[in-house]
Design a binder for this molecule. Structure first.
Ligand SMILES: [Zn+2]
Length: 126
């Protein structure tokens, strides 16, 4: 939104601000007390608003920054790892670039799991 004096705000600007406020409040609530289902809903609503590749080694597919990776690769991960990602994921971390230490630890664990279980993955997918 371009910088304007408060008195010059249009109805549109006000609506945009109110929506933004609503979204922030919802985000805050989900971060504090949200269930996994609410996190899932949040992630599914996020769009591809910047470049962000799937985290599977060698995969070039663009996925919304809120997502760990593309669907086929996500589904290759065992459920216990997917659950760990969900529980460490803080909705909005993709916006303020503040993943928790726990999240970073889990993504490292996932990378190691892929290396062990799909050792040739990078070569194959390039
Ligand atoms: Zn992928």
């Amino acid at each position: 939104m371009p910088r304007r004096k408060l008195t010059e705000l249009t109805d549109n600007d006000v609506e945009e601000l109110l929506n933004f406020k609503k979204e922030l409040q919802e985000l805050k609530r989900i971060r504090e007390t949200g269930t996994k289902a609410e996190k899932v809903t949040w992630v599914k609503r996020q769009s591809q608003d910047r470049e962000h590749c799937c985290h599977w080694p060698g995969c070039r597919k663009q996925v919304p920054p809120a997502m760990w990776g593309c669907y086929p690769h996500w589904m290759k991960l065992p459920k216990y790892l997917r659950d760990k990602i969900w529980s460490a994921y803080r909705p909005g971390q993709e916006k303020d670039m503040s993943p928790s230490k726990e999240y970073i630890k889990v993504t490292r664990e996932v990378r190691n799991w892929i290396k062990t279980n799909y050792p040739n993955t990078e070569k194959k997918e390039k």
